[in-house]
Design a protein around this ligand. Structure first.
Ligand code: HEM
Length: 231
């Protein structure tokens, strides 16, 4: 969620913008409308005048939230993001080529743009982080499950002791990740009580079925930036 963006009325009445201001045309969109698909055929810059718009990436059945634009926020149609209306919304749209000519005279525009792009970047990094970690987590859980099935020692109070006979370096390389990522992952899993480190290459697994439990179980502290309206 963004903070206050451009003050639209003051912005459009600025001296020196007599040529540009009339180029911002208001377009209205009802709640839930798909406003712009990625790389829309008209290259435009838009300012949210009313309502809220959601930015997201979509691949097949997955959506990755990038930001929620509020009144005064700016964005453009020349990106790979989808833009949809969270509420009945009005956007002021102007051709990018025209805005470009006035960019140097628009410090508040540039400031807002940097903040919006910062928000998009923050979500993008979360998405990368999440995808990378989720992948390693799945591979690690699958591997531990396999070894536990082969040679896990049932413990008197329940659970299994698994001796991998591998250093973290070797395990990381086996899983196709780095030692740092693996150890963050192991620490996360230990915090979530899905395993306990019992010395080098040895793990106690209280519940094999819960090894790769989903985020809803609170097993993964990282913020999930994918899937739905969590901008
Ligand atoms: C007059 C202003 C602007 C000009 C001249 C401009 C120009 C460009 C150009 C030339 C690209 C590369 C496009 C490509 O690789 O095909 C680009 C990419 C991009 N622009 Fe702008 N831009 C402007 C304003 C904005 C604004 C206001 C935003 C958002 C706040 C924005 C967000 C982006 C993003 C996110 C990309 C990467 C697109 C992607 O690959 O998905 N731009 N811009």
């Amino acid at each position: 969620m963004m903070q206050t963006g451009i003050d639209i009325l003051t912005f459009l009445r600025q001296p020196g913008l007599e040529e540009l201001s009339p180029c911002f045309q208001a377009r209205k969109f009802p709640k839930r409308a798909e406003i712009f698909p990625p790389n829309y055929h008209e290259d435009m810059i838009f300012i949210v005048a009313e309502g809220r718009a959601r930015l997201y990436l979509a691949y097949e059945d997955k959506e990755f939230a990038l930001a929620i634009l509020e009144r005064g926020d700016v964005y453009s149609t020349h990106t790979r993001a989808h833009v949809s209306a969270l509420e009945d919304s009005t956007l002021l749209c102007a051709p990018t080529a025209l805005v470009r000519r006035h960019m140097l005279r628009l410090p508040e525009f540039t400031g807002t743009m940097v903040r919006v792009l910062g928000e998009v970047l923050r979500h993008s990094i979360s998405i990368i982080d999440d995808l990378a970690f989720r992948d390693v987590q799945t591979r690690l859980a699958r591997f531990l499950r396999f070894v536990a099935g082969q040679s896990g020692l049932p413990q008197p109070g329940g659970g299994l002791l698994v001796r991998l006979g591998l250093t973290n370096e070797q395990l990381a390389s086996l899983l196709g990740t780095t030692r740092q990522t693996l150890s963050t992952m192991l620490n996360d899993m230990e915090r979530a009580q899905r395993l306990e480190l019992r010395g080098r290459g040895t793990f106690f697994i209280p519940d094999l079925a819960a090894l790769d439990a989903t985020d809803e179980a609170g097993s993964k502290p990282r913020r999930l930036a994918s899937g739905g309206q969590n901008g």
